[in-house]
Design a protein around this ligand. Structure first.
Ligand code: PLP
Length: 637
């Protein structure tokens, strides 16, 4: 197709200059570029990275992690708060923490802690496993460990172990009974605990995670609970243990108004507690800092109508104003941004290995004398289709298609006729969509036709393992090809995965003003075609499940390095789960499996159903498969 096309056309089609926020672009070769520090002079050509990863034996699907990008995010957030504090004359500091639940991968957490060291950036843990990891990795006595989530006495003992080791561990009380337990264990262990309280705000969030806030939230103390907690601490002689007020209105808050209201409400609680005689020192604004997944910079749920700088300024300014009005000293500000730190650094790359195209001609459709009348009528409609009669033709074609289905259901139509009628229908549909292209007004029924005509690109991955939030919550991620971007993408498609589940698909895509039902892609031509799913670093890594026993995917960790000719290198590759590993997670013991199959193979040899050589080869293949990747090996890769 002779469609005028250039790199700026690709940039604008996929909105990469909007959601990419300076981290992603397209180079002259039509490859996707990654700029991990937003510096355009050190781009990483993603196609080259994929080639290098393949040469190291990694196959698809594959996650690429850009570790410098992760560092850059940590620096950006800390700088944003630092700047906001300096500009406003705020008289205290910022001490952010990384909520480990958003991505617990050791390499990710280590990178964040390392990049955050100059800023005394700490960790947030929400469970015993997370706390044990946090205590081990945490070194900086100036930075915080914040403990959220429900706690039992083992949790509390380990938090107090951290305190004994000289760490600033603050246990955030999620419900009143928990406070009693903290006091009791602290007295037993003989350590003065640092305590925070999660307040239940009236302010409710918006977007997909809004239920984390508001009066019916699962966590947090009501005002009455708060007063009781204050009394409880005072009577235990631990009034000065209470130092922090925490809230969390939900992740991915799209509207800055929600943040402003919640911060003001929490700051008021903070000030009142300070006035009640507690030595308050910290206000923790939780998570919620959103990521502009669709690039629209709007209050739509996959976007944010604010920038990082605005977010930091609003938090600092509102806390300052409330505390000043209450004549209370400015607290240290803690935030628990997870998504905004890790989302950008990882890209899932999947390979499309087949396309289901409705309008592709598979059988000849020329008229025959023996044709039932529906076939010849449909062929006539195609022959006589014009710009003027296009909508009437569509209606007539739809009517014939419906009749065809009824006749088939009644056993009155043979397969060949049905196939030819349907094929001509899709040809007519395709022409009608083409005839309407570029028109000022396109009727809804033609738009629906265009979606229905969309191809299905079959991709080697599992939505349930790699994109759980898309399946469960309809969260949108930017998706685009990583190569061939110098060519017009002539097809429109949805993506389907290789699970045996009709939900295993991506049929909603980002758009600046709406949600798109299909994604423009290039026609598959037999060579590998790679599609990138971007901003994947938050939550998806850990939430994925083993549906159909598709396991964790391969990973490559990419670092900038000016000594390398390419400017980058792959420091580490992590192999995804093997078939044997995923089977053992559901109690299938590998050696037992082999033993059982071997016994059957032996029996088959004995009864002459298999020759010994063939049998041994088949058994070796079975054993080899147990060590292999759970995903498809396409073209032997
Ligand atoms: C208590 C708490 N803190 C922090 C976070 C991280 O939120 P986000 O990823 O939106 O920054 C969450 C996630 O929902 C949370 O529940």
């Amino acid at each position: 197709m002779n469609q005028p096309w250039d790199i700026p056309s690709a940039i604008s089609l996929y909105n990469i200059d909007r959601w990419g926020t300076g981290y992603f672009g397209i180079n002259d070769r039509g490859h996707l570029n990654v700029m991990p520090t937003q510096d355009t002079s050190t781009p990483i050509d993603m196609v080259e990275v994929l080639e290098e990863a393949k040469s190291r034996g990694l196959t698809f699907p594959m996650v690429l992690r850009f570790q410098d990008l992760l560092r850059h995010r940590v620096e950006q957030i800390n700088r944003a708060f630092g700047d906001a504090i300096n500009e406003s004359g705020y008289k205290s500091a910022y001490r952010g923490v990384f909520p480990i639940k958003v991505n617990q991968l050791r390499e990710v957490v280590e990178e964040i802690i390392d990049a955050g060291e100059p800023f005394h950036f700490g960790i947030e843990a929400g469970s015993k496993p997370e706390l044990l990891a946090a205590i081990a990795i945490h070194r900086d006595p100036e930075s915080l460990i914040i403990c959220n989530g429900y706690k039992d006495s083992l949790f509390i003992q380990n938090a107090l172990l951290g305190t004994k080791l000289g760490k600033k561990v603050i246990m955030v009380v999620e419900k009143l009974e928990e406070l009693q337990q903290i006091i009791q264990v602290a007295l037993e262990v003989g350590v003065k605990p640092l305590i925070g309280i999660r307040v239940r705000l009236a302010t409710k969030g918006a977007g997909k995670w809004a239920t984390s806030g508001g009066e019916n939230a699962k966590f947090g103390l009501s005002t009455a609970d708060l007063v009781a907690a204050s009394e409880m601490l005072k009577s235990a002689g631990l009034a000065d243990s209470l130092q922090l007020v925490h809230f969390h209105v939900g992740s991915q808050v799209p509207d800055i108004g929600t943040i402003k209201r919640a911060v003001r409400e929490a700051a008021r609680f903070y000030a009142k507690l300070a006035k009640m005689g507690h030595q308050m020192g910290y206000i923790d604004v939780g998570g919620g800092l959103g990521v502009d997944y669709d690039g629209s910079r709007s209050a739509f749920e996959s976007s944010t109508n604010y920038s990082l700088a605005e977010y930091a300024r609003d938090i600092v300014w509102n806390i300052m104003e409330v505390c000043d009005s209450e004549s209370v000293a400015h607290p240290i500000i803690v935030s628990e941004s997870g998504r905004a730190i890790v989302a950008h650094h990882s890209v899932l790359v999947v390979e499309a290995f087949g396309a289901i195209e409705k309008d592709r001609e598979r059988i000849p459709v020329e008229p025959r004398d023996s044709d039932p009348k529906q076939v010849s009528e449909m062929i006539d409609l195609l022959k006589n289709l014009t710009q003027q009669n296009r909508i009437e033709t569509l209606h007539d074609a739809q009517q014939i298609k419906e009749q065809t289905q009824s006749m088939f259901d009644l056993g009155l139509l043979d397969l060949d006729s049905k196939a030819r009628i349907e094929q001509v229908f899709w040809k007519i549909a395709h022409r009608i969509v083409e005839l309407c292209k570029g028109m000022k007004f396109i009727p809804d029924e033609v738009k629906e036709l265009e979606v229905a005509l969309g191809d299905q690109y079959v991709c080697n991955f599992s939505v349930f393992q790699s994109l759980l939030d898309h399946w469960a919550l309809g969260q949108l991620f930017p998706i685009m090809p990583v190569d061939h971007l110098d060519r017009f993408p002539e097809r429109n498609a949805t993506l389907v995965d290789i699970t045996c589940d009709s939900d295993g698909k991506i049929a909603k895509f980002i758009d600046l003003s709406d949600i798109k039902d299909t994604l423009p892609l290039h026609r598959l031509n037999g060579s590998p075609y790679y599609i990138g799913i971007f901003l994947m670093g938050a939550y998806q890594d850990i939430m994925g499940d083993l549906h159909n026993l598709f396991g964790r995917v391969n990973e490559a960790h990419v670092f900038l390095d000016e000594d390398e000719e390419s400017g980058w290198y792959i420091e580490e590759t992590i192999e995804g789960s093997t078939i044997g590993e995923v089977l053992s997670m559901v109690q299938w013991n590998q050696s037992e499996l082999i033993r059982q199959v071997k016994a059957q193979v032996d029996a088959a040899i004995k009864s002459d159903r298999l020759k010994p050589n063939d049998a041994m080869r088949l058994l070796a293949n079975y054993e080899k498969a147990l060590q292999g990747y759970t995903y498809l090996q396409i073209n032997g890769n």
